[in-house]
Design a protein around this ligand. Structure first.
Ligand code: PLP
Length: 351
């Protein structure tokens, strides 16, 4: 199926579509001379669609709105490379999962950062309003959020959505930790009014099923955006391991009890880790989702996050992750390090 026919079938009311939301299909025309091929197991597409409907209430087209990729990492790359042109302005919330900046730089995007600050890592809507312009092409969000464990609140989501609609901006949303949402319900921005048509939702089975090595991910988007994602996916990996796709379909159809158990296990581990970190004197910031907790290490007197993590490995035998690499300006992360509670309870207690 060619990109052009996908695009035509996909956008029934083109007169209502604004100029910029059509632009991704024009971007994909760079790659149009190459034939897009989607080699995928429809069984998996059905399982993804069932899951998405259960989670968000949205019904998606199996053939035209779901692209299976090699992990969310490839879904991110295909989305960025397929929908962003050199010079396009993209807003990132820092700290961020490091593949965003790397992929945006491969696409030649002009990255604008907004720094989320402790203790709550809340989005400043005023800062977002002043950063977003008519030249902004996309905003990348991640909720629940790596590395902070922050979950975007409904208020933040509504504000982001209305600014995106007002300024005709796309949203790329990375929701790999959606099943590790502890203190509030996960909100998928594509489910907010007027947002599905401008959103690419990115996910994978890695965190939900503790199978990060399987590398099965997906991108869900309306056909005019899927067309760009697939143009890039075709020439990044072409297709994703077929046996793993069958296995992922079964995993996604797990009973509700599986997802409830996953959540309660992680909540118990979070409690142990947070208690331990507080007890040894860290300033611990609240983590509402993911399996990460960010702390301020400065009570221990080391000069920065890297020095602190080196000290911790050498002197205590515990690994933490310095966060400065998650920022456009590394100075913003120099007081913060990330711990994880995905280890078993015995290991966590021992630390
Ligand atoms: C926010 C975020 N997105 C994506 C990924 C990668 O997902 P996958 O293993 O499915 O490629 C990670 C893994 O650490 C992550 O933290």
């Amino acid at each position: 199926m060619s990109a052009v026919s996908t695009e035509k079938e996909a956008v029934p009311n083109q007169n209502e579509t604004t100029q910029k939301t059509q632009r991704p299909s024009q971007v994909a025309k760079r790659l149009e001379k190459f034939k897009t091929t989607i080699f995928t197991q429809m069984n998996l597409n059905s399982a993804i669609a069932e899951r998405f409907e259960k989670d968000t209430g949205l019904v998606v087209d199996l053939e035209k709105e779901i692209t299976v990729t090699s992990g969310c990492t490839e879904a991110i790359a295909a989305t960025v490379l397929g929908l962003i042109n050199p010079g396009d302005e993209v807003i990132l919330f820092a700290p961020f999962y490091d593949s965003y900046e790397a992929t945006l730089s491969m696409a030649g995007a002009k990255v604008k950062g907004i720094t989320l600050r402790p203790p709550d890592f809340l989005v400043s809507i005023d800062e977002l309003k002043s950063t977003i312009t008519k030249n902004t092409h996309a905003i990348l969000i991640n909720t629940p959020h790596n590395p902070t464990g922050k979950m975007f609140t409904r208020e933040e989501m509504n504000a982001i959505a209305s600014l995106c609609i007002e300024n005709d901006v796309l949203v790329f949303t990375d929701e790999v930790y959606d099943k590790l949402a502890f203190d509030m319900d996960h909100i998928s921005i594509s489910s907010l009014p007027g947002m599905f048509e401008r959103t690419v939702t990115l996910n994978s089975l890695g965190k939900t099923f503790s199978l990060t090595g399987w590398k099965i991910g997906w991108a869900i988007a309306p056909p005019h955006l899927t067309c760009g994602v697939r143009q890039a996916h075709t020439f990044l990996t072409f297709s994703t391991s077929a046996p793993m796709q069958w296995a992922t379909a079964s995993a996604l159809r797990a009973p509700d009890s599986y997802f409830a158990g996953l959540k309660s296990d992680y909540m118990a581990k979070r409690a142990i880790l947070v208690e331990g970190l507080n007890a040894v004197g860290f300033k611990v910031f609240p983590s509402s989702g993911t399996y990460f907790v960010v702390v301020d290490h400065t009570p221990f007197g080391l000069e920065n996050d890297v020095a602190f993590c080196e000290y911790l490995i050498k002197e205590v035998g515990v690994v933490a992750i310095p966060t400065s690499d998650f920022y456009l300006n590394p100075e913003d992360g120099k007081n913060l390090v990330r711990f994880t509670f995905f280890k078993d309870e015995e290991t966590e207690g021992g630390c």
